[in-house]
Design a protein around this ligand. Sequence first.
Ligand code: CO
Length: 137
Amino acid sequence: MIGRLNHVAIAVPDLEVATGLYRDTLGAVVSEAVTLDEHGVTVVFVDLPNTRVELLEPLGEASPIAGFLARNPMGGIHHMCFEVADLAAACDHLQQRGARVLGDKKTGAHGNPVVFLHPKDFTGTLIELEEVGEGTQ
Ligand code: CO
């Protein structure tokens, strides 16, 4: 059911510092910072040949990653995102097997529908599923 690894998201306390590490120390291609009000984060996309890393910095008081950073002040891996062809069918499949789908389907950082799966159902890892139409990335 799951396809390609779309991205790994890393919560960071300081986006400028993290961007510099990926751009200057690791020599990766990084985007400009993008503010995603709906998601409560500011994101920098790190483009790799086979996937992406997303550096997430909290935006606003109610940021969904604020609690994670309070527990992990240096930052850390927040979630992994896998691609699926049909998000509704994937959610049905998962719920039939007892996995918890968190919240409602919403539009993710790349404009595609996404959902999150409860980390307690997946060995402590928060998983995002993103519906990616055929022929797009
Ligand atoms: Co994500």
